[in-house]
Design a protein around this ligand. Sequence first.
Ligand SMILES: NC(=O)c1ccc[n+]([C@@H]2O[C@H](COP(=O)([O-])OP(=O)(O)OC[C@H]3O[C@@H](n4cnc5c(N)ncnc54)[C@H](OP(=O)(O)O)[C@@H]3O)[C@@H](O)[C@H]2O)c1
Length: 439
Amino acid sequence: MSESSGMARKRPGDTWRIGVAGLGTVGAGLLTFLDERPGFAPAGCLAKVTGVSARSRSRPRPFDISGLPWFDDPVALAASPDIDIFVELVGGSDGPAKAAVEAALKAGKPVVTANKALIAEHGAELAALAEAQGVPLLFEAAVMGGTPAVKMLREAMVGDDIRSVAGILNGTCNYILTEMDSAGRSFADVLAEAQRLGYAEADPTTDVGGFDAAHKITILAALAFGCAPTYSAAEIEGIDQVELLDIKLARDLGYRVKLVASADRSPEGVLVRVHPALTPIAHPLAQTGGALNALFIEGQRIGRIFIQGPGAGAGPTAAAVAADIADVMTGAVRPVFQAPAGSLKPFTPIDRAKTEGRAYLRFLVKDEPGVIAAVSETLAEAGVSIESFLQKPVDNAQGVPIVLTTHAVVESVLMAAIDRIADLSSVLDRPRLLRIARI
Ligand SMILES: NC(=O)c1ccc[n+]([C@@H]2O[C@H](COP(=O)([O-])OP(=O)(O)OC[C@H]3O[C@@H](n4cnc5c(N)ncnc54)[C@H](OP(=O)(O)O)[C@@H]3O)[C@@H](O)[C@H]2O)c1
């Protein structure tokens, strides 16, 4: 912490006064945690909630807030002289969450947040503000909920050079894909049930559109590579276009479809992307079912590390928030993103057209002789080498579905080949493209 730090200084036996904005799933989890662990005293100091804020004061909550000072405005709570640590659990990249975090940092208060949208989209400027004020800005709960990924990259692996991080970072999508695969149900059917059960939001776009996973992988990329989080550079494709047919055909080929979020570093720059991808059935990512999250981290010296665990939920997420509070109380000091905020540069995005990968293509062809030969020749002429071929009659189909997987091919070559196949008179629809995960 810098000499100019406005942060409260505490001795063993003192109390850290905590302001909590947002009393929803995670906020309720945190207050329950602090209730259940009255002796939670890292560094010998006690944690005590001395102010709360939410939208509705009268909403029934799973804990009693009647004795706690109430703030209608989270910004007022953030700047209150009666708190030492501000915990932001409101959510959203802008609006009250951002205003309150800025107010807390400007007032010299450490901030703990679970807000991935805020950190992915404004992390660099908030890190600069925090470091100028000499206070921590911590967000373990923002990625993988209770499964520690942030500290692992920022602290435990800081001695290595990380090459890539890749995994399953959105439990809602993983739940939907797992159900589609195991129960043979459509995307719309499983999504509707997930919404009924409260696993998916009423507006599921952030999850199923891949944006939540993109926020998380943006943060992990920044921590892994020592860059500023550059959300705008992420390439994002969600699971809303994944059809049950693709899941079934992928299984016939020995794969499961997963929403994979990845960040790779090369001398040319950084590629951050989220997309549905085929993963070999025996692979740990394919074996990660339900709402679980999983992550591979590959370092130059340490090699590959795999972690798996809950990515959401009140208990796990609150435990991660509490771990950050403990870091503040024990005086742990780290730059927000591995390197001092003033030296952080945005990622240099890699030109996607030049990247290489394997692909799965599925399309309908007329049921007539010579079609397969025409497709194979067209692909060969375009420079795409076929790895496997599956022709599978499907009831009520207008034609015969063809599925093929390719060997590694440059993206621009693949796209040109898809255009050429779509133009063939015997091909009835534009090929559906799914990536085969590079893991
Ligand atoms: N849920 C998880 O498992 C999970 C996991 C990891 C990270 N996160 C992150 O944690 C954060 C909170 O998520 P959550 O699931 O707990 O959300 P949530 O259940 O929707 O709770 C949001 C809370 O913020 C309050 N709020 C909304 N607008 C407000 C405003 N203008 N002023 C004051 N309070 C306001 C709400 O008040 P009312 O209660 O009065 O409506 C509610 O208490 C988000 O950034 C989320 O991405 C969540």
